[in-house]
Design a protein around this ligand. Sequence first.
Ligand code: ACO
Length: 324
Amino acid sequence: MKYAQIAGTGSYLPPRVVSNDMLAEELAGRGIETSDQWIVERTGIRQRHIAERGVTTSELATKAARQALEDAEATADEIDLIIVATSTPDFVFPSTACLVQGKLGSVGAAAFDVQAVCSGFVYALTTADSFIRAGRARCALVIGAEVFSSILDWSDRSTCVLFGDGAGAVVLRAADEPGIKAASLHADGSQMKILCAAGNVAYGQVTGDPFLRMDGQAVFKQAVTVLEKSARAVCEEAGVALDQVDWMIPHQANLRILNMLARKLGVPMEQVVVTLDRHANTSAASVPLALDVARREGRILPGQHVLMQGVGGGFTWGSVLARM
Ligand code: ACO
């Protein structure tokens, strides 16, 4: 068995839903002006799920993982690799993946985190695919999970309206047929400043700026350019024409980015999974969350080609083309 197939998916959203109007009212109380109209027109976001203070990424990740295991009819014992993509880990160490492993009881499975911000899930999926192809794992849990609300500057209206919390997971199993047909990952560290949370804990103190900062327009332009190029490259590698792609699941950052990307690639918006209106931008969780929602709504079906794409801080980007 030299390929990896997506055997199941799962997701979890914290129950508290914050609509744009609710957020605008909360911010107005602090003298910050925004509106549902501004947020919808500029981003397409209508609401987000926000975790209660104290809820951790590993808790969201574990709930999504359990659902993916159930969907794949897999047991925790079968899992021999757990990769969690996150930029909001519970701790400096141990990794969030180790915490998830402990909660699930998949004792002995390799477990580590991947940090590629909003590209994290496609990085993690590509890594797990490579482990399975190399024969180093047979059944992997790949999770994207974030509590991004914990790193937002709630006095910065240009960023705090954009994000939400959540988790998505897939079970990847060794198989005779692909599965994951092609993948491509990239980064350009010289652009770290356009999107970063450049703080740390050192010498017992927080150093630098722990909050997310972004040059929105620079990110916008970069995102459209790299996602278009990456989509074309991964389709070519897989030998799948763009018009044979049934569904695109780009990172859910902004509806205008998704519209522009679809137009450049000539893919109708009806074939682009959009969940950012409901979830906002959940960083590493956005792609697996959207995948799970679209599968459970009966839109993504077995045998279909799905193009998943991430882009975000680093600057990082990448794509994975999978046959479901
Ligand atoms: N409510 C009301 N007004 C606002 C808000 C807000 N929430 N945020 C910014 N504004 C104001 C600004 O202060 C500015 O006012 P001014 O003209 O008086 O100075 C005005 O709106 C325009 O601000 P811009 O930053 O130029 O707005 P823009 O049209 O670029 O939209 C946005 C901002 C939505 C962030 C856009 O740049 C964008 O979509 N960028 C893509 C980046 C993205 O989606 N990032 C998500 C995370 S990154 C990732 O996941 C890859």
